[in-house]
Unconditional design. Structure first.
Length: 240
């Protein structure tokens, strides 16, 4: 903390200023956590579904498994990976993902869509020849390995923003430690504030998600920031 500024404040004013700064740090840590974790998971999801799709396509092409079986496994695996990645996401990331897509499409939905794409709106999949059906199954397998390119680009940009916020948070913490009279104690305080901000954001976001329901990102974002700020405020007061 800036010693010149603190010198002009009484004891109570110093505590309020330190807790206010800790609150801002809590929100910065909350935001950096969201912007760093979720984009990384999105890119991991993109890599995994692409590898899965390529593997199943190769097996079906060589006759190791049927195209129908490949399509079934591709759809099931993609939906499973989607849910696993969401489970590991922050509450904010999960809410945004649910707003974009509540759940994965069923195999029948994909078959109907690919049939129309390949052979027209009036064609019934059951009336297709074996080779035509396999073409539909093949399209399902290939589409299972594709993620939304525009979303991936946005996530890469957000990841960069997240790293920037992490550096900002570290810079503030280092400055606070450098200006402190007891640097060991302040280091412990900064670690506590950082941990509390992130944990509070996750808890606040998760609670907001339960209250607002799935697919309510604005509500979850507010909950995350409030949770991060309150947690950082309280832990700062504890150290005082």
């Amino acid at each position: 903390m800036d010693t010149a500024l603190l010198a002009s404040l009484d004891g109570e004013g110093k505590k309020k200023l330190e807790r206010a700064i800790a609150t801002l740090q809590g929100d910065v840590n909350a935001a950096s956590g969201v912007l760093y974790v979720d984009p990384k998971l999105r890119l991991e999801y993109s890599r995994r579904i692409k590898a899965m799709s390529d593997d199943l396509y190769a097996k079906a092409s060589r006759g190791i498994i049927s195209w129908e079986k490949a399509a079934e496994e591709a759809n099931q695996t993609r939906n499973l990976l989607m849910e696993l990645i969401r489970y590991r996401s922050t509450p904010v990331g999960k809410a945004l993902a649910q707003k974009m897509k509540a759940q994965g499409k069923t195999l029948n939905e994909l078959i109907a869509y690919k049939t129309k794409s390949l052979y027209g709106d009036k064609v019934n999949f059951n009336n297709l020849s074996v080779s035509q059906k396999n073409a539909v199954y093949s399209a399902v397998v290939q589409s299972a390995g594709k993620s939304n390119h525009e979303v991936n680009i946005k996530m890469q940009r957000l990841s960069g923003a997240g790293r920037g916020l992490i550096f900002l948070s570290l810079a503030v913490a280092v400055y606070q430690i450098y200006e402190a009279e007891d640097r060991v104690l302040e280091t412990q305080r900064q670690l506590a504030i950082s941990s509390a901000g992130i944990a509070g954001a996750w808890g606040g976001g998760a609670l907001a998600g339960l209250m607002c329901g799935p697919g309510a990102p604005v509500c979850v974002v507010i909950g995350a920031f409030v949770g991060g700020a309150i947690a950082a405020w309280e832990i700062s007061g504890f150290w005082d």
